[in-house]
Design a protein around this ligand. Structure first.
Ligand code: HMG
Length: 398
């Protein structure tokens, strides 16, 4: 059986962030609530030219080679921050990267679960077509509003991964378990700028669905579960996965061996490294947690199996697994991750608030988005909207 999975993976976050201690002080909150209570140190803040397509193109451009462009048959773009109900964000990426014309590009949506839906589709396609590749992208801007209950759990960023046969990082297993419940924990009707959210309920539902899935998984695939060395979680904030593991520890009746939970706990902190510095990137959050494990967990070895728990409000969850491939460490760059995070510039709270209020007008569709090109950083950016059409540009040197 041909192995299929993640051959390359990278992420892109905006150039600015807010320090969570400063945000807490500005909101008259004890900083430890953000640092310890929810587990966030920094929150990524996108400026107007760093939209979901620009972030996605910057991530994808780092991993896709000229050879890949000829072999990619699909560009799957997962987002819940889409700016168009019809045209898919994937079509921009297809053009910006110069993917071969006979590929198909489309958008996938189900809250934070959309990226996993894309990854599993890519896996199935490459299983049937092992000579071909699929580019899976997740890109989102998480916005709840200034002074809102969810403000400290905002963020922004994109993940790009290439799914191929004989992957160099993680080969995925075919058996997965998913669960759907029609719920209103977090949702954003088409007329709303920010989501409606039942904050406490959303965390309870997440934990409940994690428990339902993992107990059922233990019944269906007991050996597979015992084989899991670590689990990476969708992390809207980095306390979330810890709360799930704690819920297993505190249970009186369970199919999960306490030694397993202890093992998963021992890897948990390393899986939160990037998320703590970025915040919620919705569809890509699980994959920031996976990248954190791959980059920062020195106790993971090739051949070991890891689990991934995907959750999207509304609600769909899935537990799936994969095996770390020989040499996987050489194919992820810890230094690159640190450089990318450390290149960022801090915004004070006033600048963050002013930036937050800047939105694109949807009145006449004609806006010169960026006036001062000198303030831009190398990479793709949203240049302008003209006749309701978005146009992107790239700065190659500064
Ligand atoms: P809140 O009311 O601001 O905070 O809501 P809280 O009062 O629940 O406190 C949070 C934690 O901080 C608590 O710990 C406190 O004890 C602790 P916990 O009991 O949870 O372990 N705390 C302190 N710790 C140390 N020192 C202190 C201190 N003070 C308090 N001084 C909430 C927090 C996350 C609910 C809110 O920010 C919110 O609504 N966020 C948005 C919703 C969300 O992220 N939900 C997560 C699950 S749903 C999901 O993951 C899907 C999602 O990504 C969307 C999608 O699928 O598209 C959101």
């Amino acid at each position: 059986m041909v192995k299929v999975g993640i051959d390359k993976i990278t992420f892109h976050v905006p150039h600015h962030y807010v320090d969570m201690v400063e945000l807490a002080k500005a909101r008259d909150i004890d900083p430890n609530k953000f640092l310890i209570g929810i587990g966030q140190e920094k929150m990524a803040v996108p400026t107007i030219e760093e939209d979901i397509v620009a972030m996605a193109a910057n991530a994808a451009n780092r991993i896709v080679t000229e050879e890949d462009k000829e072999l990619i048959d699909q560009v799957i773009f997962a987002t819940e921050s889409g700016f168009d109900f019809s045209k898919s964000a994937g079509t921009y990426i297809h053009q910006m990267l110069g993917i071969q014309p006979f590929a198909k590009a489309y958008e996938v949506k189900h809250a934070c679960y959309g990226g996993t839906a894309g990854l599993i589709s890519a896996f199935n396609y490459v299983k049937l077509n092992p000579e071909r590749k699929v580019l899976v992208i997740m890109s989102d801007i998480s916005r709840y509003g200034l002074n809102s209950g969810g403000e400290a759990t905002q963020g922004a960023g994109a993940i790009a991964m290439l799914v191929t046969a004989n992957p160099r990082i993680l080969s995925l297993d075919s058996e997965t378990l998913s669960l759907t419940e029609n719920q209103f924990d977090f949702w954003r009707p088409s007329y709303a700028e920010v989501p409606y959210v039942q904050g406490k309920y959303s965390t309870e539902l997440y934990i409940e669905m994690f428990n339902t899935i993992i107990e059922e998984y233990a019944k269906r695939y007991p050996e597979r579960l015992s084989d899991l060395q670590a689990i990476s979680f969708h992390l809207p904030f980095t306390k979330m996965g810890r709360k799930c593991l704690q819920s297993l520890e505190n249970k009186e009746e369970t199919n999960i061996n306490p030694e397993l939970v202890e093992r998963w706990f021992s890897h948990y902190q390393d899986s939160t490294f990037i998320g703590r510095q970025v915040g919620n990137v919705y569809t890509g959050s699980l994959y920031l947690s996976l990248m954190s494990l791959l980059n920062f967990d020195d106790n993971l070895e090739e051949g070991q199996r890891i689990g991934m728990f995907s959750y999207g409000s509304g609600a769909v969850a899935e537990l799936f697994t994969g095996i770390l491939q020989p040499g996987f460490k050489e194919n992820v760059s810890k230094e690159g991750t640190l450089l990318h995070l450390n290149r960022r510039v801090k915004l004070d709270i006033k600048a963050y608030e002013e930036n937050f209020e800047k939105t694109l007008s949807n009145e006449d569709g004609v806006i010169e988005v960026v006036k001062d090109k000198e303030t831009l950083h190398p990479g793709f950016y949203l240049d302008r909207i003209d006749d309701h059409r978005r146009y992107y540009n790239e700065i190659t040197t500064k």
